[in-house]
Design a protein around this ligand. Sequence first.
Ligand SMILES: NC(=O)c1ccc[n+]([C@@H]2O[C@H](COP(=O)([O-])OP(=O)(O)OC[C@H]3O[C@@H](n4cnc5c(N)ncnc54)[C@H](OP(=O)(O)O)[C@@H]3O)[C@@H](O)[C@H]2O)c1
Length: 325
Amino acid sequence: MRAAVVERFGGPETVAIADRSRPEPADDELLVRVRASTVSIADHRLRTREVPRGLGLLVGPAIGFRRPRHAVLGMEAAGVVEAVGSRVTRFAPGDEVILMRGARFGCHAEYVTVAEGGEIARKPANLSFEEAAAVIFGGHTALRYLDLVDLGPGSEVLVNGASGAVGTAVVQLAARRGARVTAVTSGRNAEFVRSLGADDVIDYTREDFAAAGPGPRYDVIVECVGNAPFGRVGRLIRPGGALLLVIADLAGMIGAAVRPRRRGILVNQAGGSMGAGGMARLSELAEAGDLRPVIDRTYDLHDIVEAHRYVDTGRKRGSVVVRVG
Ligand SMILES: NC(=O)c1ccc[n+]([C@@H]2O[C@H](COP(=O)([O-])OP(=O)(O)OC[C@H]3O[C@@H](n4cnc5c(N)ncnc54)[C@H](OP(=O)(O)O)[C@@H]3O)[C@@H](O)[C@H]2O)c1
């Protein structure tokens, strides 16, 4: 099968299309023909070894020390079940599915395997494979974090990094739960994030939201950029509120350990798990239109180097899709 392969850390040019042997599904696994995946920030991190400050050693085992731990990148896929193991009962060849392999990667290839009991669900019927692939990475992360808090009408949520894959999903899902959403992004994305459900927009190139006047004003801050640790933004959060650290460096993690508790603020940097049924919920939200795909650009697998190059700019809106088969 064709796969995009990365054998050493480096720039986009380290990615090459190669022949790999097709994986064989175990008894409890499905073999899925990948139709679409995305190049995400996770692929960028694994390819470049660029991780938040202080976390190099901590994430080394997951990313690899001398070369990328996984030669085939791609955390998630939308595709068609090609074959099933003897113990699989809920899926059959021909089923259209979405799946998340997460830190096991491997989706930038024509075929992947996934356990029936793992993160797999029916593809939203109303979405193309490209669109379905575009909701998985950000939607999965957004759901995991938003499930940690109670949001409803009257809740005030700030999303830092509202135009990325995660931010666009958080804005949509938080707005859908009735929260009033403030989106932090650059001016060029202001109308775009409003179209996703943001009520207010702060252009970070003109205004530092963390420097805003005294007093807590948000119930939840969702940090998707890496510049808003508790030490900078904690005073903006109401007692009983939460700082959801989708991304943090080592200092940010340590700073989150003690001080927030005294003020009754939840700081979570792990996101927890979607648990059983999480992918099905994601699929249902997408099918209902509560989580719409945001596709910035689409590339064919043979142009994946260009896709990586674009993701490396750090400017993508939502997802960069790779059409695989
Ligand atoms: N903990 C987890 O499980 C988990 C899961 C997924 C992702 N993550 C992390 O979450 C972060 C976000 O991921 P992502 O996929 O959303 O990234 P992404 O799609 O690559 O984010 C790109 C967006 O970030 C915006 N941005 C850049 N600098 C900004 C700033 N200073 N303030 C506000 N917005 C800014 C850009 O908007 P402009 O062009 O307007 O600047 C762009 O639209 C990454 O660091 C990733 O590693 C963690």
